[in-house]
Design a protein around this ligand. Structure first.
Ligand SMILES: Nc1ncnc2c1ncn2[C@@H]1O[C@H](COP(=O)(O)OP(=O)(O)OP(=O)(O)O)[C@@H](O)[C@H]1O
Ligand SMILES: [Mg+2]
Length: 407
């Protein structure tokens, strides 16, 4: 089993997927845009070969370079779990006539407008939206959809260039600062709580399902620096008390409608006050921000390896223990410069020590990270507990009683 894996070292969790592939017996060919010498040793050791493609983000050009090389190597699978290279992997599969999701299927997970059109056609509840290319398109779409609305790029990530607009004037202001975005969509604003639905699928059938909730909604924590973003993975999303059944049903219907094949999926969905669930977006790749690690901490398994087993051998062997709720809190220091003071962590370690699964605050003296560019911010702490209220209490302590200062 020869697997070409695009982006084997970045984002960082991809290193564990590379390991997983090797551990289930695949010969792994890594593909990236950086020099081979720059690969971390824990990735290099799992690769039988590395191909460097400088123009990795130019899908057509990269495909033209890679197709003959991968064909000569006789690869059996081409995979990528990184959003910007998901379409390239699919296109190469098409070119080489390999199994796995076609480019057309992958496009349903990548182009937010195609995605919503396909889901709408399947009768699923998606926000009303329109693709817009010019300011006039945008104004017309706003008239049709009404306020409040969301303006966001068609192929966005990290809530970049995404704005809530409550009036035409706010829309004009948002348009003025998003001139560099070639194609955007205007969407009905959905007011509600925000969740994920994550799976590893084999031929569209979920072998494992995970539900998490964001605190607060990403758009809010992406626009306010003082907030500590948090995410909460439920140990057992099927627990009726959590009221997630409709979100899970929506998730399964979305996978069907988009013709999911084999691999990771990461979907976001909303639950309105009325109880109605609404689709947000989906990718045919894992979620970032340590979601995959959180699934592992929740279930005492190695889902990196099970993803690899699913992709290579169409089998998912590990059993999810469904033992722990997991909370992760990302911290942003007050002030600029270097981390100078950390308040509250000693007490948190004393009180919750045995439940802490990740303790990765930036050490004193380290320069602050750009909170707009990285969710990981100035570090994070993860905790787990079998009891929902205890896990929540720990999450609240991490949000409210832990503070970093920079000077
Ligand atoms: N129609 C909508 N109604 C309400 N909020 C929305 C809507 N669309 C987007 N948002 C908010 O903006 C955030 C970012 O939008 P979305 O998830 O579609 O794009 P993204 O930039 O790809 O996301 P990510 O941060 O997951 O990479 C959402 O998490 C949500 O908080
Ligand atoms: Mg999103």
């Amino acid at each position: 089993m020869k697997v070409a894996f695009i982006a084997p070292a970045y984002p960082p969790e991809q290193r564990d997927f590379t390991r997983g592939l090797a551990e289930v017996g695949a010969t792994v060919i890594g593909i990236g845009d950086g020099p081979e010498a720059g690969l971390p040793p824990q990735v290099r050791r799992y690769l039988s070969k590395y191909i460097r493609v400088p123009h990795l983000f130019n899908e057509g050009q990269a495909a033209a370079t890679l197709a003959p090389a991968l064909s000569a190597l006789g690869v059996d699978r081409i995979e990528s779990n990184w959003e910007p290279t998901v379409l390239l992997a699919a296109r190469l599969r098409d070119m080489l006539g390999l199994g796995g999701m076609s480019r057309d299927v992958a496009l349903g997970f990548r182009d937010k407008q195609v995605m919503k059109e396909r889901l709408k056609a399947a009768g699923l509840r998606v926000p009303h939206s329109r693709r817009v290319r010019t300011d006039d398109d945008a104004r017309q779409a706003a008239e049709a959809i009404g306020f409040p609305l969301i303006l966001k790029p068609i192929s966005g990530a990290g809530s970049a260039d995404t704005f809530r607009c409550d009036t035409m004037q706010e829309l004009e202001d948002a348009l003025a600062v998003t001139r560099h975005v070639a194609e955007a969509s205007i969407e009905e604003f959905i007011d509600g709580d925000e969740f994920t639905y994550d799976t590893v699928c084999i031929e569209g059938k979920p072998m494992f399902e995970n539900v998490a909730r964001y605190y607060p909604r990403p758009l809010t924590f992406r626009s306010e620096q003082w907030i500590s973003p948090a995410q909460f993975v439920y140990r057992n999303p099927y627990d009726p008390a959590l009221n997630l059944a409709e979100g899970i049903a929506l998730g399964r219907a979305v996978l069907d409608a988009l013709n999911m094949g084999t691999g990771f999926t990461h979907m976001e969905w909303y639950r309105k006050k009325s109880g109605e669930v609404v689709f947000g977006e989906i990718g045919c790749r894992n979620g970032g921000g340590h979601f995959v690690d959180m699934m592992n901490w929740s279930n005492d398994f190695d889902i990196y390896r099970e993803w690899a087993r699913s992709v290579c051998w169409h089998s998912f062997e590990a059993k999810a223990s469904r033992r722990y709720h997991v909370a992760m809190v990302f911290k942003r220091a007050l002030g600029e410069g270097r981390i100078a003071q950390i308040d509250g962590m000693d007490e948190i370690r004393r009180r919750y020590g045995r439940w802490i699964v990740a303790d990765a605050l930036l050490p004193l003296g380290t320069p602050r990270r750009n909170w707009k560019q990285t969710l990981l911010s100035d570090g994070f702490v993860g905790v787990r507990h079998p009891d929902h209220s205890v896990c929540m209490e720990m999450m609240e302590a991490l949000i409210g009683r832990l503070q970093l200062y920079a000077r």
